[in-house]
Design a protein around this ligand. Structure first.
Ligand code: NAD
Ligand code: UPG
Length: 329
């Protein structure tokens, strides 16, 4: 009995594989290594290099490893890239997910956990934002993910599939044991960029917009630690295996931090006073997006244990140092 983890060599998927591994569960990873890394998958977890849209390959993996559930992380994830290449994003995230869902339904697998995003809410003015808020994604990335949510709901209705959609807010931090972390060289995520500035890998941090209607004028986000997020997936799997109904859940902490607060935390923890420049707004950024997390806590019994910005920054800094050490080795 194994869980098929698509995109398991990537940032969040690799933390899911570690969480499954640590819980004594069998996993098998399907990843095309377009942005993932083979070293991110533990040696005793099988890694199959291939495409989620390769139906024959998916069927073979399901049969060979006795797959009983799927956690689907594989995707392209860069919002501005999705604006420049929408058709590429609809192919990678929507069309290929359709093929995967079909292969899963054909194989008779019942339980499916899908990585969605707070980007499905678009420029919401509701804070904290509940799952039943209006869905108005403003990028092809967000739309490509929302369409997959809809496909899952329709496939569930027609074919008896059951699913949990997890809408992640801002994922950050690294494995507390130092086994994985955000490793994409040119990642644009705030905490990673600030940590790179603290380590002198970038000249400083640009704060995109300081005239937002927020307490200090910079954008507010709900940062969720990546291992806590992986554990939300374990809770989702337990829910489905126990006969729980399909559902959609926000994944965050319900607490926001501004960009300037994050910059201060990284300075304080690193002890480096790197330059922070006030820069113009970045297109498409909502002023504030914080999760309403009552539903996941009530239905899945998920209890995060790492909801601490300082801890997240410490892990992210430690991971950047680890990447540097590997480069130098
Ligand atoms: N990082 C975030 O803040 C964030 C926020 C919300 C949602 N998400 C979602 O979480 C998931 C994982 O994101 P991540 O940050 O770990 O990104 P990532 O780029 O590190 O991981 C994606 C993985 O999928 C693999 N992949 C891509 N296309 C594939 C294909 N066709 N077949 C097989 N493998 C393929 C890549 O090689 C990579 O290992 C994505 O679905 C993303 O949309 C991420
Ligand atoms: O160098 C930087 C990088 C970011 N920011 C700001 O920091 C905030 C967070 O930005 P970022 O870390 O890029 O995350 P988001 O744009 O909020 O998007 C993330 O969170 C979404 C869910 O809310 C996911 O869908 C996306 O994949 C993921 O990148 C935003 O206000 C940015 O403008 C800066 O000011 N300077």
């Amino acid at each position: 009995m194994a869980v098929l983890v698509t995109g398991g060599a990537g940032y969040i998927g690799s933390h899911m594989v570690l969480a499954l591994h640590d819980a004594g569960e069998e996993a098998v990873v399907l990843d095309d290594l377009s942005t993932g890394f083979p070293w991110a998958v533990p040696d005793d977890v099988p890694l199959v290099e291939g495409d989620i849209a390769d139906a024959a390959l998916v069927a073979k993996i399901i049969a060979e490893y006795d797959v009983t559930a799927v956690a689907h992380f594989a995707a392209r994830i860069v919002v501005p890239e999705s604006v420049a290449d929408p058709l590429g994003y609809y192919l990678a995230n929507t069309v290929k997910s359709r093929a995967l869902i079909e292969a899963v339904v054909t194989a008779g697998i019942r339980d499916f956990v899908f990585s969605s995003t707070a980007a499905v809410y678009g420029n919401t003015t509701v804070s904290p934002v509940p799952e039943d808020a209006p869905l108005a994604p403003v990028s092809p990335y967000g739309r490509s993910k929302l369409m997959t949510e809809w496909m899952l709901a329709d496939a569930a209705q027609a074919h008896g599939l059951r699913y949990v959609v997890l809408r992640y807010f801002n994922v950050a931090g690294a494995d507390p044991a130092g086994r994985s972390g955000q490793s994409t060289p040119h990642a644009t995520h705030l905490i990673k960029v600030a940590c790179q500035a603290a380590l002198g890998l970038r000249p400083g941090l640009d704060v995109f917009g300081t005239d937002y209607p927020t307490p200090d004028g910079s954008c507010v986000r709900d940062y969720i630690q990546v291992t806590d997020l992986a554990e939300a997936h374990l809770a989702a799997l337990a829910h489905l295996r126990g006969g729980g109904a399909s559902g959609i859940y926000n994944c965050g902490y319900g607490r926001g931090y501004s960009v300037l607060e994050v910059a201060e935390a990284v300075k304080r923890i690193s002890g480096v006073d790197f330059p922070v420049r006030l820069a113009p707004r970045r297109a498409g950024d909502p002023a504030s997006i914080v999760a309403d997390v009552r539903r996941i806590r009530a239905d899945l019994g998920w209890v995060p244990t790492r909801a601490d910005l300082d801890g997240i920054v410490m892990q992210a800094l430690a991971w950047e140092r680890e990447l540097l050490a590997r480069e130098g080795a």
